[in-house]
Design a protein. Structure first.
Length: 94
């Protein structure tokens, strides 16, 4: 059997034990129209229902454009984000 460096690297990484956590990704976008903490609550609830979203942080700019950052364990589509924000009653800009 011939072992290449790529095969050796794969074997080494596979034998290092199970991975308990994948790398987190952060995405920031703007949500328009939120005016209060209740608005933030609704957007946060909808976004956390998306598979893979582990955290939501909202910097409320009452009546303006509020930056929202989500942390995910995997890829999340802009369509999924837009649908969640729309369900909460607001508009998203990427």
């Amino acid at each position: 059997m011939v072992t290449t460096s790529a095969t050796a690297a794969f074997i080494a990484s596979a034998s290092s034990g199970p991975r308990t956590r994948s790398a987190a990704n952060a995405s920031t976008f703007t949500v328009t129209g939120m005016t209060c903490g209740n608005c933030v609550k609704h957007v946060t609830e909808e976004l956390t229902e998306i598979d893979g979203v582990t955290d939501v942080a909202v910097d409320l700019v009452a009546g303006g454009d509020s930056p929202v950052t989500i942390t995910t364990e995997g890829p999340v589509t802009q369509d999924a984000i837009a649908a969640a924000v729309d369900e909460a009653g607001y508009t998203v800009t990427f």
